[in-house]
Design a protein around this ligand. Structure first.
Ligand code: C2E
Ligand code: MG
Ligand code: MG
Ligand code: MG
Length: 288
C-alpha cells in the first residue's frame, strides 16, 4: 500500500512539474497575445503627502485581464516577461502610458513607474525613457522610477551608468520595498535616491511589533538626515495611517487612502483636488 502511495506521489510530482512548465509556456504565449491585443491596462494608485493631505504622486501598476482566465497578478506575469525578453516592450508601453497620463494631471502630480531589475542591464533604457517624456511632453521631474533593492545588489556597471544617467536627466528615484533586500544602507551611501518606500511588511506589523515600530522610526530619521522622502506602503487601516503620520513619514500609500484605479477615475480625483474639494481621508490626515 505504501509503495502504491509512493508511486502516486511521484506521478503527482511529475505531473505538477509538467503542469508548471506548460503553464509558464502558456503564460508566455498568452502574454504575447495580450500585448498585441492590448488586453493590458495601467492602473494608478494615489500616494498622499502627509504634510498636506494631498495626492502628490500616483504609482503605475500593470493590470492584465485575460478573457478566459480573468485577472492575472503582475507578481505572476512580470517574472515571465523578465525571463522571456518581453519585459522591454512591456516596460516601454507602461512608461508611455504613464507619461501620457501624468501629462494630463493637474497640480504637478508625479507618476511613479516600477523598473524591473532585468531592465537595468539595458543601456537603451534611457532612450526609452527620453522618448516617452518627449512624446508626452511630461517634464522629467514628474517621472519617478521605483527600483527594488535586489537590483542594486548585483552592483553591475550598467546599472551604475543607468542610475547616474537617470539622475542627469532629472528623474526622481525611489528604493521600493525597502528593508526586504540586502545591504540597503550601502546603497544609500552610494547613490542619491529621492525616496525610500518602507515595505508593507513593516506597516502590517506596526500594532503588534515593537521591532517594526523601531525600524520605522530609525528609517524616518535616516531619511530626514539624508534629505529623502519616506513613504509608508500598504496602509490599510486608520490606525496604521495614524501611526505613520505620527512617526513623521512624509507620504503614505495603501488601500485605505485609495486603491489602484483606472486612469479616468484617478484623474477625476486629481481634478477635484485641484478645485479645492476636500476628501475624507485628507481631513483625517490634516487633523493629526
Ligand atoms: P510594488 O511596486 O511594491 O507595488 C505595490 C503593490 O502593493 C501593488 O500590487 C499594490 O496593488 C499593492 N498594494 C497597494 N496598497 C496596498 C494595501 O494597502 N494592502 C495590500 N495588501 N497591498 C497593497 P500589484 O499591483 O499586485 O503589484 C505587485 C508588484 O508587481 C509591484 O509591487 C511591482 O513590483 C510589480 N509590478 C506592477 N506593475 C509593474 C510594472 O509595470 N512593471 C514592473 N517591472 N513591475 C510591476
Ligand atoms: Mg512599486
Ligand atoms: Mg513596493
Ligand atoms: Mg511590493
Amino acid at each position: 500500500h505504501a509503495k502504491a502511495n509512493g508511486r502516486n506521489d511521484f506521478c503527482l510530482f511529475e505531473e505538477t512539474m509538467e503542469h508548471q512548465f506548460h503553464e509558464l509556456r502558456n503564460l508566455e504565449a498568452a502574454l504575447r497575445v495580450a500585448i498585441e491585443k492590448e488586453e493590458l491596462e495601467v492602473h494608478y494608485q494615489p500616494i498622499v503627502d502627509l504634510r498636506t493631505g494631498k495626492v502628490s504622486c500616483c504609482e503605475a501598476l500593470l493590470r492584465w485581464n485575460h478573457p478566459e482566465l480573468g485577472p492575472i497578478s503582475p507578481a505572476k506575469f512580470i517574472p515571465v516577461a523578465e525571463s522571456t525578453g518581453l519585459i522591454a516592450p512591456l516596460s516601454h508601453w507602461v512608461l508611455a502610458q504613464a507619461c501620457n497620463a501624468a501629462a494630463q494631471w493637474p497640480g504637478g502630480v508625479t507618476v511613479a513607474v516600477n523598473m524591473s531589475p532585468a531592465l537595468l542591464k539595458d543601456l537603451h533604457l534611457s532612450h526609452m525613457i527620453l522618448s516617452s517624456l518627449y512624446t508626452s511632453g511630461l517634464s522629467a521631474d514628474r517621472l519617478e522610477l521605483e527600483i527594488t533593492e535586489s537590483v542594486l545588489l548585483e552592483d553591475n556597471a550598467q546599472a551604475n551608468t543607468l542610475i547616474r544617467e537617470f539622475q542627469k536627466i532629472g528623474l526622481k528615484l525611489s528604493i521600493d520595498d525597502f528593508g526586504t533586500g540586502y545591504s540597503s544602507l550601502a546603497y544609500l551611501k552610494k547613490y542619491r535616491f529621492d525616496k525610500i518606500k518602507i515595505d508593507t511588511s513593516f506597516i502590517a506589523d506596526v500594532t503588534r511589533s515593537k521591532e517594526a515600530r523601531a525600524i520605522i522610526h530609525a528609517l524616518v530619521g535616516l531619511a530626514a538626515e539624508l534629505d529623502m522622502e519616506i513613504v509608508a506602503e500598504g496602509i490599510e487601516t486608520e490606525t496604521q495611517l495614524g501611526y505613520v503620520t505620527g512617526a513623521r513619514c512624509t507620504a503614505a500609500q495603501g488601500f485605505y487612502l485609495g486603491r489602484p484605479s483606472r486612469e479616468d477615475v484617478i484623474r477625476r480625483r486629481l481634478e477635484a483636488q485641484a478645485k479645492g474639494e476636500i476628501w475624507s481621508a485628507e481631513v483625517e490626515v490634516l487633523q493629526r
